[in-house]
Design a protein around this ligand. Structure first.
Ligand code: FAD
Ligand code: NAD
Length: 466
């Protein structure tokens, strides 16, 4: 039997980007806030085993690749280039550690109480954390997600790994098979390919990155294939078997071709993530889930149970850290009586390969399906002077604008720093800007952003530099 303890205006369950941001914003707004987190450190999937460690390894491996392949053209000669994987991993861990400690500092600064341990809804306005009961006027569920398993493929995080294992391999595998050509497959596939693994990505669909614009995905496939990644699209993994050297996978092409066996020292399963609700007491509390197992919420983040809200990977929408953060802020403001709101159309998605792949708003496929009349403005980085000085000529900016109103409906970039460039387009979508607004905005020269301006000009067929 739990003993009753403190009372809070808000108890947030989960300290990932959704939960910790919600807790801080609610505390800023004057609420008495606690955040329950069972992990040893704050920051959730993103800071501990997601965004941050993956970007640290992407940066290290990209540096290594650039020294090997990009410096000679600049007239820079280096001797034998080697790398120390354990130092790379140590640096990654230090980056993670600094980030998660930063959240502890922010909790202290804002007076958020960290309730350490696993939390469970224990009744109306009650949360149990590690056997202790807390009263909560409001409860926000932010327990995030976990890797989706593949039937017949047993994860051991050594030979058959999820992203978590793939972020901590002790040596570079000779061959890495990645199941799933989405965000994780391409990012972590790139890391290990740059470090010397022969990487094959097996993807069920006929294309990579199924949620992104198809033209972007096609270009990504071409560029990454040139970097050495191999792709088996429209292919299904049927079974796996452990061998002395690693794993043998039986795969079948979707076009009815013959089954094949491929062997790998390590297999990374990256076929998506599913909401994490284990032990949260949702069924007992009567919280309704949708068909995909996500917690059902309305546009105010309310579940069907009064006083219980949910945000982040746990609810509908893209599983992205900044989406979770926006929802965390919005729900805190709603609880404080303000008008919290998230513009889902303006949430960018970025794949941090090199070149980066970034999107915001509608894809061409979505606009076609919705019967929207749109114009396309495209501009290649090969015609951008800054990209030329950098020697990064791959990719393009593509802007989709509604015919008649000229309103920007979507933008898709593959190219150098696409993840930074997309911010201008997210702002354009947020402000309901027309392509002409961007086209008439002065952009510094020479800058990569000029490719955005030129794509906006190209919507009305008046690009200057192509
Ligand atoms: P989470 O971050 O998953 O946090 C939930 C927290 O709740 C966890 O710490 C968990 O321990 C805790 N918890 C769960 N149940 C309980 C309980 N009952 N009691 C107490 N605590 C509990 N997104 C991006 O935008 N950019 C990226 O570059 C990016 N890279 C990624 C790379 C990888 C390898 C992965 C796996 C994900 C990546 N993501 C990225 C996605 C991003 O990590 C998630 O969208 C984000 O973390 C979701 O935030 P959240 O707050 O909803 O949940
Ligand atoms: P994903 O949804 O991005 O990609 C999964 C891929 O696996 C899809 O292409 C899908 O068609 C394919 N797939 C599904 N079942 C399959 C099967 N049986 N065999 C082969 N392929 C199969 O998911 P992910 O890469 O696992 O990443 C999970 C989520 O984490 C992402 O959707 C994203 O929201 C988030 N994430 C974001 C970033 C970022 O923002 N840079 C990075 C990593 C992860």
């Amino acid at each position: 039997m739990s003993e009753t303890s403190d009372a809070f205006d808000l108890v947030v369950i989960g300290a990932g980007p959704g939960g910790y941001v919600c807790a801080i914003r609610a505390a800023q707004l004057g609420m008495r806030v606690a955040c329950a987190e069972e992990r040893e450190t704050l920051g959730g999937t993103c800071l501990n085993i997601g965004c941050i460690p993956s970007k640290a390894l992407l940066q290290s491996s990209e540096n290594y690749s650039r020294v090997q392949h990009a410096l000679a053209k600049h007239g820079i000669t280096v001797g034998d280039v080697t790398f120390d994987l354990s130092q790379m991993m140590k640096r990654k861990d230090e980056v993670v550690s600094a980030n998660v400690k930063g959240i502890e500092y922010l909790f202290r600064k804002n007076g958020v109480t960290w309730l350490k341990g696993r939390a469970r809804i224990a009744g109306q306005g009650l949360v149990d954390v590690a056997g202790k009961l807390y009263q909560a006027k409001h409860i926000v569920l932010a327990t995030g997600s976990e890797s989706t398993p593949l039937p017949g493929i047993e994860i051991d995080e050594k030979t058959i790994v999820t992203s978590t294992g793939a972020l901590s391999l002790e040596r570079v595998p000779k061959q890495l098979v990645v199941v799933g050509g989405g965000y994780i497959g391409l990012e972590l596939g790139s890391v290990w390919s740059r470090l010397g693994a022969a990487v094959t990505v097996v993807e069920l669909q006929e294309r990579l990155l199924p949620t992104m614009d198809a033209e972007l995905a096609k270009q990504a496939e071409r560029i990454l294939a040139r970097q050495g990644l191999k792709f088996r699209l429209n292919t299904k993994v049927l079974a796996s078997e452990r061998t002395n050297e690693g794993v043998a996978l039986r795969i079948a092409p979707g076009n009815g071709g013959p089954e094949e066996e491929i062997r790998a020292e390590v297999v990374l399963v990256a076929v998506g993530r599913r909401p994490f609700t284990n032990g949260l007491g949702l069924a007992e509390a009567g919280v309704r889930l949708n068909a995909g197992g996500r917690v059902e919420t309305d546009d105010q983040f309310r579940t069907n149970v009064p006083g219980i809200y949910a945000i982040g990977d746990l609810i509908r929408g893209p599983m992205l850290a900044h989406k979770a953060e926006e929802e965390g802020v919005a729900v805190a403001e709603i609880l404080a009586g303000q008008a919290g709101h998230v513009n889902y159309n303006a949430i960018p998605g970025v794949v941090y390969t090199w070149p980066e792949i970034a999107s915001v708003g509608k894809t061409e496929e979505e606009l076609k399906a919705e019967g929207v009349d749109y114009a396309v403005g495209k501009f290649p980085f090969s015609a951008n002077s800054r990209a030329r000085t950098m020697g990064d000529l791959d990719g393009f900016v593509k802007i989709l604008a509604e015919r008649g109103t000229d309103r920007i409906l979507g933008a898709h970039i593959i190219g150098p720093d696409a993840g930074t460039l997309i911010a201008e387009l997210a702002l354009a979508v947020e402000f309901d800007a027309a392509a002409e607004d961007l086209a008439r905005t002065p952009h510094a020269h020479p800058s990569l952003n000029e490719a955005v301006k030129e794509a906006a000009l190209a919507v009305a067929n008046r690009a200057i530099h192509i």
